[in-house]
Design a protein. Structure first.
Length: 357
């Protein structure tokens, strides 16, 4: 995608406006996507949700079906072939040309746009300097680390001066240590990009750190969107709840009380009608026997599984509701918990949040 170079757009309609419709015999994608100039939007969703299809449709690699449109900076993009779209793309595996140096990989796009060899190499050298890889300019991809290859791929995408930057799982090929460093580098570079950016990722941390706004796609449709903090605080599907690490249930509220199946939860809010109830696994307390007094939000549960979860232990609870509880290894030993065991679980009302469904 090495379409004609354009300067920053500041008029009405600057940025991306798209209705992405792709219809196949076994799958249908139909989402509306708006990304302002200078904004980073992350597409999240389970495997098969349509994220990569949406990205490929934006790039012109997958044709739109009837009703689909793409407008970039006020100009129709969907009639143009992929090579004429002002788009830069970073693929999951980077797809650097193995026989070219880092410098010539970055210079490839400007050369395709008609720049002279000297001009293209000057542009590439400047970008490599900006991403801290000037000393690797002559190295071929086989001699680069994963983090270096990722930065070269980003520089190659930016070298064509795109108005839309597409990132397909840009950190997925990196190990955990390198990912932390490169995520920081990528955030800084995206902050300096004045076009629209669409990021596809499975990693909620990548999305929370890199994106200004999240768009969650399931079964080819948008199910939730908003700022990272809002989506994390108020998930609206089981997938989103798992993604941000919350227990989520549907219920019916009346004041501070919410009926969830056969249980009644007390919450800190006072919604009415159909609601979601959410609480963190870390907020769930476990007891071998019924605790003294009358703690709110108490229920009998059965341990369905136990697994390590970071530095803690995640206990899978079955019973009137299926929930997760995160406890320390010391608590696991003290309680002497085992799969199949009957226990009591509770969560404080102040840790239980209800909001309209």
């Amino acid at each position: 995608m090495t379409g004609p170079s354009t300067g920053p757009s500041t008029g009405r309609g600057a940025g991306l406006r798209a209705r992405l419709v792709v219809t196949r015999p076994s799958f249908a994608l139909d989402i509306t996507l708006e990304v302002a100039a200078g904004e980073v939007v992350a597409l999240l969703g389970p495997n098969g949700a349509g994220k990569t299809t949406a990205l490929r449709a934006l790039a012109g690699l997958t044709p739109l079906s009837a009703g689909g449109t793409i407008t970039l900076d006020g100009l129709p993009l969907h009639p143009l072939p992929a090579e004429q779209r002002p788009i830069g793309m970073v693929f999951q595996n980077y797809l650097l040309f193995p026989h070219l140096s880092a410098l010539d990989n970055v210079a490839f796009g400007p050369r395709c746009q008609g720049a002279s060899k000297a001009e293209a190499r000057r542009t590439a050298a400047d970008l490599l300097r900006r991403i801290g890889l000037a000393e690797q300019a002559s190295a071929r991809p086989g001699r680069l680390s994963g983090g270096q290859a990722q930065r070269v791929a980003l520089a190659r995408a930016l070298a064509v001066r795109p108005r839309l930057l597409l990132l397909d799982e840009p950190l997925a090929a990196l190990d955990a240590h390198t990912r932390l460093e490169i995520r920081s580098h990528l955030r800084r570079h995206l902050a300096g990009f004045d076009g629209a950016t669409v990021l596809v990722t499975h990693d909620p941390l990548d999305a929370m750190v890199l994106a200004d706004r999240l768009v969650v796609v399931e079964h080819g449709s948008v199910v939730q969107q908003g700022g990272p903090a809002e989506v994390a605080r108020r998930p609206r599907t089981d997938y989103v709840a798992r993604l941000v690490g919350l227990n989520l249930f549907r219920g019916v509220a009346d004041g501070h009380r919410v009926e969830v199946g056969e249980l009644t939860f007390s919450t800190s809010e006072q919604p009415a009608g159909a609601v979601f109830v959410a609480f963190s696994p870390a907020a769930v307390a476990l007891y071998r026997s019924r605790p003294d007094g009358s703690p709110r939000n108490l229920w009998r549960a059965r341990i369905d599984g136990i697994e390590r979860h970071g530095d803690n232990v995640r206990v899978h609870l079955a019973g009137p509701i299926a929930a997760f509880a995160d406890i320390t290894p010391a608590a696991l030993a003290d309680l002497d918990l085992a799969p199949g065991q009957e226990i009591w679980a509770s969560v404080k009302a102040t840790e239980t949040h209800a909001y309209p469904a």
